[in-house]
Design a protein around this ligand. Structure first.
Ligand code: CAA
Length: 465
């Protein structure tokens, strides 16, 4: 029985900052942002928006688009790393908002939790809900997994140009119209790391940028190794002589803290997959130099980072590799469409890879490609750290859903704000009743806390029609 994504809906706040304004304010070359990072517009949550309201808005769109009633839904999970409460789960806020529209207690029969593991938790939530349906526990009801985040870094930090905000809601069902997950191939890896973390009470993360980039690559590659074994064992992929697993995967969708990271992840995975195949000779002759080797053959993250000569040579080689015709061909055909949304929205943490999936479907469809039966491989990464590699196959009825996907229309009329206004929002000095935009047909935050101590931290929302 195939189980997977039946439909998906997105919510992106309409405020944004433009990369040229940002570059000027911070004294950065705009080309670095446009090409080195791959960002043109960063979506920003308004003063009356938070990860719960964005999650509820994405969920409401999903329900409306599919004429779903609360009775059709058995579980609502929210995966986020922008938690609003140390105990109360974000999905309970979402349930509260939805019940304002659908009626009191209409979702009482459902279940769910808030999931946390940096940017990878949405993938765990999808996997768990898929298995809940596969196990026959769903009583013919669907699950909704919402990934929602505000990526916020310190002003002036290197992470500041990898911010963004938004949510994606995914409908998980039997016989899905969009994508069926491959069974018995999902592979995970987990390790105690401090590449990116946010201690309790701190709004912005502490990040070791270079370390987090390298860790992401190493962990996704390790999870891919296990995926490979499982995919061959389960029989979904038969690897011929001189072939790589990536030859058998039509599209690759990875975690996208920023667009360029997707490009670099593809380069890293391809180098590992290809260096033992005959095509490598061609690649090396096109680059004109051998691939550098680290001094320590164990290749641990610590030994690689300590080997500064290797790091420099390897970065140079990686840039040359990304110019080769072999890389470009795979990038254009298997990844580029998934990166388009990231460049105009920015980082969505848990939602980044799923916005990438949405982008892939929309922009490949616009190219006129027949997507039926195409396999998508996913490389999900969460700092701290864990990676998950899994795959799914696009289903026959995908066109009915993909033809109505329109990123620009779904985001809506956007408003650019100045860097000064962005900084005011960043400092949280503007309160929920001082939003820049008038909300229409969406949930917004209308109050935090009450006049009495027993209502401290209460968050109230309403549907602004
Ligand atoms: N024109 C064109 N390109 C330029 C340029 C110019 N004038 N100047 C620099 N560049 C290029 C650089 O060559 C580099 O390209 P390559 O990656 O191809 O080498 C790119 O711009 C980035 O420049 P730097 O290497 O100088 O990097 P930076 O100091 O700007 O930092 C960053 C980049 C590490 C990603 C930083 O933004 C950061 O710390 N971000 C937060 C952490 C993060 O996103 N980590 C990712 C993995 S962890 C994760 O994914 C979890 C999560 O979601 C947070």
């Amino acid at each position: 029985m195939p189980v997977g994504i039946d439909d998906m809906a997105i919510y992106v706040p309409k405020l944004y900052i433009d990369y040229k304004d940002f570059a000027e304010a911070r004294g950065i070359d705009p080309q670095k942002l446009e090409y080195g990072i791959g960002i043109k517009k960063m979506a920003l949550a308004d003063a009356n928006q938070d990860p719960a309201s964005m999650a509820a808005n994405a969920c409401m769109r999903l329900m409306k688009n599919n004429d779903l009633n609360p009775q059709d839904i058995g579980r609502i999970y929210v995966a986020t790393e922008s938690g609003l409460d140390e105990s109360k789960a974000m999905n309970s806020f979402v349930i509260g908002m939805l019940e304002q529209v659908y009626g009191e207690s209409t979702l009482e029969h459902a279940g769910g939790i808030e999931c946390k593991f940096a940017c990878v938790s949405g993938s765990y939530a999808l996997y768990d809900n898929t298995n809940w349906i596969r196990a026959g526990e769903s009583n013919d009801k669907a699950a909704i997994v919402i990934v929602s985040d505000i990526a916020k870094y310190d002003i002036g930090s290197a992470g500041e140009y990898t911010q963004g905000a938004g949510a994606v809601a995914l409908l998980i069902k039997e016989n899905p119209r969009l994508l069926s997950f491959d069974e018995k191939v999902t592979s995970t890896i987990i390790k105690n790391e401090y590449d990116f973390y946010r201690p309790i009470g701190k709004e912005t993360p502490l990040v070791n940028g270079l370390y987090s980039n390298l860790l992401y690559l190493i962990q996704v590659r390790k999870a891919l190794e296990t995926y490979k074994e499982k995919a061959i064992k389960s029989g979904i992929i038969k690897l011929g002589n001189d072939e790589s697993i990536i030859d058998h995967i039509d599209y690759i969708s990875v975690h996208l803290p920023y667009r360029r990271m997707g490009e670099k992840a593809l380069a890293y995975l391809l180098r590992h997959e290809w260096r033992h195949l005959s095509r490598w000779e061609d690649i090396i002759s096109e680059i004109g130099t051998d691939e550098p080797l680290p001094k320590d053959p164990r290749g641990t993250i610590e030994s690689i980072l300590a080997d500064t000569d290797f790091m420099k040579a390897d970065e140079k080689f990686r840039r040359e590799f990304m110019k080769t015709k072999h890389y470009k061909e795979i990038f254009d055909s298997k990844m580029s469409s998934s990166l388009q949304a990231s460049a105009v929205i920015g980082n969505l943490y848990t939602a980044s890879m799923y916005m990438g999936l949405r982008s892939l479907l929309e922009f490949e469809f616009l190219k006129g490609v027949d997507l039926f039966n195409k396999r998508i491989g996913f490389g999900s990464y969460g700092s701290g750290c864990s990676a998950m590699v899994f795959s799914g196959v696009i289903q026959e009825n995908y066109k009915d859903l993909v033809k109505r996907m329109n990123l620009e229309k779904d985001i809506g009329q956007r408003t650019k704000i100045s860097i000064k206004d962005y900084e005011i929002l960043h400092k949280n000095t503007r309160k929920y009743d001082e939003a820049f935009l008038n909300a229409e047909d969406e949930f917004i935050l209308i109050n935090i806390g009450g006049t009495t101590a027993d209502r401290a931290g209460f968050r109230e929302y309403c549907y602004a029609s």
